[in-house]
Design a protein. Structure first.
Length: 83
């Protein structure tokens, strides 16, 4: 699968969550509901056809918890955490 190029400048000391998900209505709302309780340093979303690709950068202390919550969403396909 080819994905569009995505660029989010990195922040020192932050962790990144990468999420592939089904491109269906409400996914971004569900993800942002999870993120609303955290200090997000950056966020980029691109969609292509039936899939979406999200990059979120946030404080390292919260990254495992947020990654788990996003991965549990019904529309999530694959979620990774980069330290």
């Amino acid at each position: 699968m080819n994905l569009p190029e995505v660029h989010l400048p990195s922040t020192k000391g932050a962790h990144r969550i990468l999420n592939f998900h089904q491109n269906v209505p409400g996914v971004l709302r569900d993800i942002n509901n999870i993120l609303s309780g955290y200090n997000v340093g950056g966020q980029v979303l691109v969609t292509q056809g039936k899939v979406g690709y999200l990059i979120v950068e946030l404080d390292s202390a919260m990254s495992d918890e947020v990654k788990t919550q996003i991965a549990q969403l019904k529309a999530s396909i694959k979620t990774r955490l980069l330290y």
